[in-house]
Design a protein around this ligand. Structure first.
Ligand SMILES: [Cu+2]
Length: 87
């Protein structure tokens, strides 16, 4: 029998697999200075893609996101939070 839970699990696995298959997107971001900035950037991206895995490194000013979102949407989300994407 195919239960609702089993269908939900199927799609969750399918989504996670596709996120893993996608090449992570790296952004060079100016203006991030603390844990709040990290959270703001991470939340902004995950608001668009709940399954996104986001890593922010303040020292290198780099945001690496494993997501199925297009790069332009990531840039917009980060800039909407008040940061400047340099590349
Ligand atoms: Cu901050």
């Amino acid at each position: 029998m195919v239960t609702r839970g089993r269908i939900a699990r199927f799609w969750k696995n399918w989504l996670e697999r596709n996120v893993e298959m996608a090449e992570p997107i790296t952004l060079q971001v100016e203006g991030m200075s603390c844990g709040h900035c990290i959270r703001a950037v991470t939340n902004a991206i995950q608001a668009l893609d709940q399954a996104a895995k986001v890593n922010v490194d303040l020292a290198s000013k780099r945001v690496v996101a494993a997501t199925s979102l297009p790069r332009a949407e990531l840039v917009r989300a980060v800039e909407d939070e008040g940061f400047c994407v340099k590349g």
